[in-house]
Design a protein. Sequence first.
Length: 66
Amino acid sequence: MSNNHGNTPAAWTSVFVAMIGFLVGSVGLMLDPINLPVFYVGLGLAVGSFFLFLVMAKMGLHEEKH
Protein backbone atom coordinates (compact mmCIF):
# COMPACT_ATOMS: atom_id res chain seq x y z
CA MET A 1 0.00 0.00 0.00
CA SER A 2 1.38 3.39 -0.87
CA ASN A 3 1.86 6.06 1.75
CA ASN A 4 0.60 8.87 -0.45
CA HIS A 5 -3.12 8.09 0.10
CA GLY A 6 -3.88 8.83 -3.55
CA ASN A 7 -2.54 12.38 -3.54
CA THR A 8 -0.70 11.97 -6.83
CA PRO A 9 -1.18 13.45 -10.30
CA ALA A 10 -2.24 10.04 -11.64
CA ALA A 11 -4.96 9.62 -9.03
CA TRP A 12 -6.28 13.18 -9.30
CA THR A 13 -6.40 13.09 -13.09
CA SER A 14 -8.13 9.72 -13.14
CA VAL A 15 -10.79 10.84 -10.66
CA PHE A 16 -11.37 14.06 -12.60
CA VAL A 17 -11.87 12.21 -15.89
CA ALA A 18 -14.18 9.67 -14.20
CA MET A 19 -16.29 12.49 -12.73
CA ILE A 20 -16.60 14.12 -16.15
CA GLY A 21 -17.65 10.73 -17.54
CA PHE A 22 -20.36 10.31 -14.92
CA LEU A 23 -21.57 13.85 -15.58
CA VAL A 24 -21.78 13.29 -19.34
CA GLY A 25 -23.51 9.93 -18.85
CA SER A 26 -26.02 11.46 -16.45
CA VAL A 27 -26.87 14.23 -18.90
CA GLY A 28 -27.40 11.62 -21.61
CA LEU A 29 -29.88 9.77 -19.39
CA MET A 30 -31.76 12.93 -18.36
CA LEU A 31 -32.42 14.13 -21.92
CA ASP A 32 -35.88 13.49 -23.29
CA PRO A 33 -35.79 11.14 -25.17
CA ILE A 34 -32.81 9.40 -23.60
CA ASN A 35 -29.72 9.99 -25.71
CA LEU A 36 -27.82 6.70 -25.62
CA PRO A 37 -24.79 7.86 -27.67
CA VAL A 38 -24.11 10.61 -25.10
CA PHE A 39 -24.56 8.08 -22.31
CA TYR A 40 -22.08 5.69 -23.94
CA VAL A 41 -19.53 8.49 -24.37
CA GLY A 42 -19.80 9.17 -20.64
CA LEU A 43 -19.50 5.47 -19.89
CA GLY A 44 -16.41 5.28 -22.08
CA LEU A 45 -14.82 8.21 -20.25
CA ALA A 46 -15.55 6.66 -16.87
CA VAL A 47 -14.10 3.28 -17.82
CA GLY A 48 -11.23 4.88 -19.71
CA SER A 49 -10.16 6.78 -16.61
CA PHE A 50 -8.97 3.48 -15.10
CA PHE A 51 -6.69 2.84 -18.07
CA LEU A 52 -5.52 6.45 -17.93
CA PHE A 53 -4.54 5.85 -14.31
CA LEU A 54 -2.61 2.72 -15.21
CA VAL A 55 -0.67 4.53 -17.94
CA MET A 56 0.13 7.48 -15.70
CA ALA A 57 1.18 5.16 -12.87
CA LYS A 58 3.56 3.33 -15.23
CA MET A 59 5.00 6.73 -16.18
CA GLY A 60 5.90 7.26 -12.53
CA LEU A 61 3.21 9.77 -11.66
CA HIS A 62 1.78 7.64 -8.85
CA GLU A 63 4.84 7.71 -6.63
CA GLU A 64 5.53 9.70 -3.50
CA LYS A 65 8.43 11.61 -5.01
CA HIS A 66 7.30 12.96 -8.36
